[in-house]
Design a protein around this ligand. Structure first.
Ligand code: ADP
Ligand code: MG
Length: 224
């Protein structure tokens, strides 16, 4: 079952040597349980930072994120780890960081599903088939192309039937056919399983198909 997400005045500032980068500036939005949000905006506008903050992988400088009745911005690392395992699935932008660098495709999916209770795990082979990867089930992941790896990451995320699914540019390395397979699966995840989904994209076709758009520019929400 999906969980609602609410972000309130999220600000994230990276401070290195010298100048500070304001990656997010008071970003707020509400997303109902079992619905989908599409985050768009130019490169450097803060999309990946927003996703990382929602996933609890990056600390906000100020502001709050609530998922269900929990405020994740106030959690300890340990609480976050547990919350992520129970409720979230995340596909980050760098496809290499989503899968183990060893083992087969099937082993990767089984490993990803392992923390989830048995009744929530999804049959890995059927997912691979839906994504056109069935013939690669026993292939070593380090031999996969970028697009294949990206689809394995998506299959791994879906294999736990997450309450909340967060995806950073999940179709960037895919051709049209593979992209449509992924979008069909995401649709199903929302309509069928009632997951709450946040998708980052820079593909106008994905934006049109998914709708419910949050547009970022220079760390701020652009109101149309
Ligand atoms: P997008 O995903 O929209 O391209 P990002 O969230 O990756 O945007 O980046 C937003 C801004 O924050 C950019 O100016 C980027 O250079 C900067 N940034 C991202 N990650 C870091 C980091 N770890 N340290 C410093 N600056 C960062
Ligand atoms: Mg990004």
């Amino acid at each position: 079952m999906g969980l609602p997400i609410s972000a309130e005045r999220l600000t994230c500032t990276y401070s290195g040597e010298g100048t500070a980068v304001h990656a997010l500036r008071e970003v707020s939005f509400e997303l109902a349980a079992g619905s989908l949000l599409t985050v768009v905006g130019p490169s450097g506008s803060g999309k990946s930072t927003l996703l990382a903050v929602l996933a609890g992988l990056q600390r906000a400088s100020s502001g709050t994120v609530r998922i269900g009745d929990r405020e994740i911005t106030g959690m300890t690392e340990r609480e976050l780890l547990r919350f992520r395992r129970e409720h979230l699935a995340v596909v980050v932008q760098d496809a290499r960081r989503n899968v183990l660098p060893f083992g087969t495709v099937l082993q990767n999916l089984r490993f990803a599903a392992e923390p989830a209770p048995r009744h929530r795990r999804r049959e890995p082979l059927s997912l691979l088939t839906r994504l056109g990867l069935a013939r690669l089930a026993h292939a070593p992941v380090d031999r996969l192309s970028g697009g294949e790896r990206q689809r394995v990451a998506i299959a791994a995320a879906l294999s736990v039937r997450p309450d909340v699914l967060l995806l950073d540019e999940p179709t960037s390395a895919l051709d049209r056919r593979a992209r449509d397979d992924v979008l069909d699966l995401l649709d199903e995840q929302v309509r069928g399983s009632g997951s709450t989904v946040v998708v980052i994209t820079h593909d106008p076709a994905v934006e049109r198909r998914l709708g419910n758009v949050l547009r970022l520019a220079d760390g701020s929400v652009v109101t149309a």
